[in-house]
Design a protein around this ligand. Structure first.
Ligand code: AMP
Ligand code: GLY
Length: 423
């Protein structure tokens, strides 16, 4: 098979690693890729949202399967454009990608399908939104409807904070058109888990769960990030809970999307809150999580390529995937300044030494190569992964690799996995 992977982060490096390991993979390209991905395939300088150029390249190279990493190309219609020229794409149509692209749409689908989620109301008028907040009281959650690079959610501890968020989203438009509509929802308490299901439009199979660490600082403090580390499996997410989530969240959502003429294909990422009353979906994403994908790939025993192909062919009902029993952990190394403006351009040394340590995989996220050197080129720069017989062993292996990397301008959290490790 000839595969075109789209994206350039740590998630895509992990996908490239898994796709290249498949005996079915004859050639792998990645657009635009990064220096880590270049170890597994050929990087081509096409932007991840340049749909026309991606499809033209796929046709030229007789690509059999397109694998989009991030949501932006999906929301922009990459899967639709592939379908038009008869190329399989492991990802949803733009219409189905609205599950991530519009929180108001996601809430509408959940309501129609009876999927358990936080009670909510959608507003296009800021005064009406504020009146609702004053009536409901705090804590309360204010969400910009559209994509806002993970910054469109405010968990407000007070009514004043919620009103300020409404003004920032709807009047000041800090996230542009994404904030023209807001969803206001009840604040739920519990442990958060990222759960993944492979979907073929009608059928779905579980693809594992992971726990992310969204805050930049140890002890879950400081501003939100794209994710500073992850581990799997999360002990709180029992096999019983997984079955419950498949039956009450994933399958009804798929049925509702099919009923609306927008069948969902690809990976459905359910951001869950495990509340006392049961699992509730906080958000859907239409792609793998980053860094969750890295821990999933570290534990995946099955070949990823036929699983993605089965999703494209609509035959997931005859498919199953297996994971190693060993836990996996990923520690993100970020450039100083992240999640604000990161300092880029510093040199990273010791990558080979780290990668040679037992049970370790070094994934590149925001790096670039220059004259044989690897330089920081983004906020999240590396994702250091490891497996182990226990989570503690995996953690020790990952931090040994972190310590082997010579990059004074970078930082990481030292407490990845704390929830499971302190149980
Ligand atoms: P989202 O992008 O919708 O996942 O929201 C980002 C983060 O905000 C989530 O990971 C949660 O930590 C938090 N969050 C979102 N919705 C809620 C909610 N209804 N109750 C409590 N926390 C929430
Ligand atoms: N790590 C969370 C996400 O990818 O959205």
């Amino acid at each position: 098979m000839r595969v075109l992977l789209v994206g350039s982060g740590g998630r895509e490096h992990a996908l490239a690693w898994a796709i290249a390991a498949s005996p079915l993979t004859e050639r792998l390209w990645c657009a635009p890729g990064n220096p880590g991905i270049a170890q597994h395939g050929e990087c081509v300088p096409i932007g991840a949202t340049d749909i026309a150029a991606l499809v033209a390249f796929a046709r030229e190279q007789a690509v059999d399967l397109v694998v989009p990493g991030p949501e932006a190309p999906l929301v922009a219609g990459l899967a639709d454009a592939c379908a038009e020229v008869g190329i399989a794409c492991f990802g949803p149509s733009a219409a189905a990608a609205r599950l991530e692209g519009s929180k108001a749409f996601m809430k509408e689908v959940c309501a129609a399908a009876g999927v358990p989620t936080a009670p909510s109301a959608t507003f296009v008028d800021p005064d009406a939104a504020k009146a609702h907040v004053r009536e409901a009281g705090a804590p309360i959650v204010v969400k910009a409807d559209g994509l806002a690079a993970g910054k469109g959610v405010v968990v407000a501890a007070t009514v004043a904070e919620a009103e300020a968020a409404i003004d920032a989203f709807m009047r000041d438009r800090i996230h542009g058109a994404a904030g023209a509509t807001v969803v206001i929802e009840a604040c739920l308490a519990g442990e958060e888990v990222s759960f993944f299901a492979l979907c073929d439009g009608r059928n779905a199979i579980p693809f594992g769960a992971a726990q992310d660490h969204k805050r930049v600082g140890e002890g879950d403090t400081g501003p939100n990030t794209g994710g500073m580390g992850a581990y799997a499996p999360p002990p709180a997410f029992t096999p019983d809970l997984e079955r419950q989530v498949m039956e009450t969240i994933v399958r009804p959502t798929l049925a509702e999307m099919a009923r609306r003429g927008a069948p969902f294909r690809g990976v459905l990422f359910c951001g869950l809150m495990l509340t006392e009353a049961g699992p509730r979906v906080l958000e859907f994403n239409v792609r793998f999580g980053d860094p969750e994908c890295q821990v999933l790939m570290l534990r995946l025993m099955s070949d990823l390529v036929p699983a993605m192909q089965a999703a494209c062919d609509g035959v997931l009902d005859r498919f199953a995937v297996r994971f190693l029993p060993d836990p996996a952990i990923v520690v993100v190394m970020a450039a100083r300044g992240y999640p604000g403006t990161p300092e880029t351009g510093s040199e990273i040394r010791g990558l080979e030494r780290a990668a040679a340590l037992p049970n370790v995989q070094v994934f590149h996220a925001g790096t670039r190569a220059e004259g044989g050197r690897i330089l920081a080129a983004g906020g999240r720069v590396l994702a250091i992964g490891a497996t182990g017989a226990t989570l503690a062993a995996a953690r020790d292996a990952a931090y040994a690799a972190v310590d082997a990397i010579d990059w004074p301008e970078g930082f990481c959290r030292r407490d990845i996995g704390w929830r499971a490790l302190s149980r």
